[in-house]
Design a binder for this molecule. Structure first.
Ligand SMILES: [Zn+2]
Length: 618
């Protein structure tokens, strides 16, 4: 039976305000931002026991445990099936559902993705097999210092010099030549014939975050053959603008260090990774894009940019600085050279001087402002004015108001300019000048979620991956707390993920990430999807969770303190945060047991709710 795609359903769910829908059946009263209470229609409710959260898109009854999303409400209330509920919600909220005959198009798109995926699997296995059987190419890899383990980890392969190698294999397996062209693995010749795209090349698979091969980079083996690198074209699975090579392998390392090294080439990354420096990614075949930076901002606070000296490289570095700063990542710039001063790439550097020397170079990385001061002329008043304009426009991209003010102050101290953006001509905004950021924004991939704090990401990950923590978390984030309008996390997306996960756990006593994902918006699903894999010992997990929760309680109190003008209230909040800090210190020294900590967290939660109510009342 034809049905609406998951995409459409989740779009509709994002579009529909659950409170609006429920109000068509039951009167609701606001109890906070995006929060409502009302009499539950599913049991004989005397007092308003049902709570509705339109930010998370759920309703829940304290008394009879009825609960779910907007579709569930309509299904239960109107006694209709899921499809009818979807159509009802669409009609009630003015959402245009595609006619179900269009579902065919959705199906076609899904089928194409599936097809390209299967061809990529076929190709990567075939390339691997060819390499394993080719001594010459194995020797070449040896020469480059690539170990067998690394070769297997990155699934490096070899495309033999045949016009119809992969093509013949794929056809034998029932694929058509056209399908290989669709997958970017074959090219159409002028006479209409089709042949293998990659021939006599070392094949480096490009994997997405889950590790599926979505494209290839092919490197020549003969020194003077051209082009040196040939990449897969854009396909339904691959767009170089939103793919970072190596991130599948390195995301854990990056999240752990909260720092990322951004290099240019596949082999720069592979060499560093093999040498044990694993917080590294490569933007290959394109300059760093805004999407790349958004992706990295989930894991890293600092980005090391390699600077290679020529003027094209200089411009690229400058653009990268702007792009990462706009995503709350602090750029640091470093360069690599031989003892004689000749610049070299990270791959060569590692081969010649080893990882220790590399880490040493990293330590000398320059602050981005120092780098700009060194690279951009500012000797006479005209140049100086231009320089200051340029730097101010870069500073204006920094989302953190306090941080951007600090940079303005620094600029003002060093160059005697006013510490404000006054007089900054919008036309001078670098993002517009280069057209880069603007162009990215209008591209199809619209990632609206802002950079998320790696600490918050880790926190949510910790809860989702540890059943014992999950259980403790449901004690802390009970419905009363969740619907009180207090959100310990700053990211609304993580708040949604956590809220739904805990709700699911309360309802079913298990957490099924798949069904969680089904109920999340696209952005949240992306975040959930990209959480690094990590494992904790149960005891450590609980301790870390409790400490982080205390820390988030403290931060929430600090944000309240920041928002209020009332001096006395500020003072109370200061006393409160001091108490929290002291307890945090005790926890770190393991002076108190996890159970005591949990008790304290629950007490603090009550206090936070009181403070919050006071603040709302003001
Ligand atoms: Zn009820």
């Amino acid at each position: 039976m034809a049905f609406y795609s998951n995409d459409i359903i989740s779009q509709l769910k994002n579009h529909a305000d659950i409170a609006d829908v429920i109000q068509q059946f039951v009167p609701l009263k606001a109890s906070g931002t995006n929060r409502y209470t009302g009499r539950c229609p599913f049991h004989d409710d005397k007092s308003p026991s049902m709570s509705v959260n339109s930010a998370i898109g759920i309703y829940k009854c304290f008394a009879c445990n009825a609960g779910g999303d907007v579709f569930k409400f309509v299904m239960e209330h109107e006694k209709v099936d899921f499809k009818a509920a979807v159509e009802w919600v669409a009609r009630a909220t003015g959402f245009e559902l595609p006619s179900l005959s269009n579902a065919k198009e959705n199906k076609a798109a899904l089928e194409e993705r599936d097809l390209v995926q299967r061809l990529n699997i076929l190709a990567v296995e075939w390339f691997e097999k060819n390499l394993a059987e080719n001594k010459e190419v194995l020797d070449y890899l040896n020469q480059r210092g690539i170990s067998e383990e690394t070769r297997k980890k990155f699934r490096i392969g070899y495309a033999p010099n045949k016009r119809e190698g992969l093509l013949a294999l794929a056809i034998r397996q029932g694929f058509s030549p056209r399908q290989l062209v669709q997958a970017g693995l074959a090219t159409e010749k002028e006479n209409g014939g089709v042949s293998d795209k990659f021939r006599d090349r070392l094949m480096i698979p490009i994997q997405n975050l889950t590790g599926n091969v979505i494209a290839f980079g092919g490197r020549v083996l003969q020194k003077d053959a051209k082009p040196k690198y040939m990449n897969s074209p854009q396909t339904v699975l691959y767009d170089k603008k939103n793919t970072l090579f190596g991130l599948h392998h390195s995301k854990q390392g990056i999240a752990k260090a909260q720092e990322v090294i951004i290099v240019e080439g596949y082999f720069d990354l592979i060499s560093l990774y093999q040498a044990g420096i694993q917080n590294v990614v490569a933007a290959s075949g394109t300059a760093l894009t805004e999407f790349h930076a958004t992706l990295l901002a989930r894991y890293a606070k600092t980005a090391y940019l390699v600077f290679d000296g020529d003027s094209a490289g200089k411009e690229a570095t400058l653009r990268s600085i702007e792009i990462v700063l706009a995503k709350s990542i602090t750029p640091k710039i470093f360069s690599l050279s031989r003892p004689n001063g000749e610049k070299i790439d990270p791959d060569n550097f590692i081969q010649e001087r080893g990882p220790e020397a590399f880490l040493q170079e990293l330590k000398t990385a320059e602050n981005w402002l120092d780098y700009l001061t060194r690279e951009i002329q500012h000797d006479n008043p005209e140049d100086k004015a231009n320089f200051i304009h340029r730097v101010k426009s870069i500073i204006s991209l920094i989302p953190d108001v306090e941080l951007s003010q600090q940079y303005l102050n620094l600029l003002s101290e060093r160059f005697g300019t006013e510490a404000s953006f006054r007089g900054l001509k919008p036309s001078l905004k670098v993002s517009q000048k280069t057209g880069l950021i603007k162009e990215e924004k209008s591209s199809q991939i619209d990632v609206s979620w802002k950079a998320i704090s790696p600490t918050e990401l880790r926190y949510v990950n910790l809860i989702l991956q540890n059943p014992a923590v999950l259980k403790a978390a449901t004690l802390i984030f009970n419905l009363e707390f969740v619907s009180s309008g207090i959100s310990l996390l700053e990211s609304p997306f993580l708040t949604d993920i956590l809220g739904l996960a805990l709700l699911q756990y309360q309802e079913t006593e298990t957490l099924n990430l798949k069904s969680l994902a089904n109920n999340l918006s696209d952005e949240c699903r992306d975040i959930l999807f990209s959480l690094p894999e990590e494992s904790w010992k149960e005891e450590n997990a609980i301790r870390e969770f409790l400490e982080m929760t205390l820390d988030f309680e403290k931060r929430f109190a600090e944000r309240m303190r920041f928002r209020t003008e009332d001096i006395e209230f500020k003072l109370e909040l200061t006393t409160f945060t001091t108490k929290l800090k002291r307890l945090l210190a005790d926890c770190k020294k393991m002076k108190i047991t996890p159970n005591e900590q949990l008790q304290q967290i629950l007490n603090f939660r009550q206090e936070l709710q009181l403070f919050h109510r006071t603040l709302q009342g003001n």
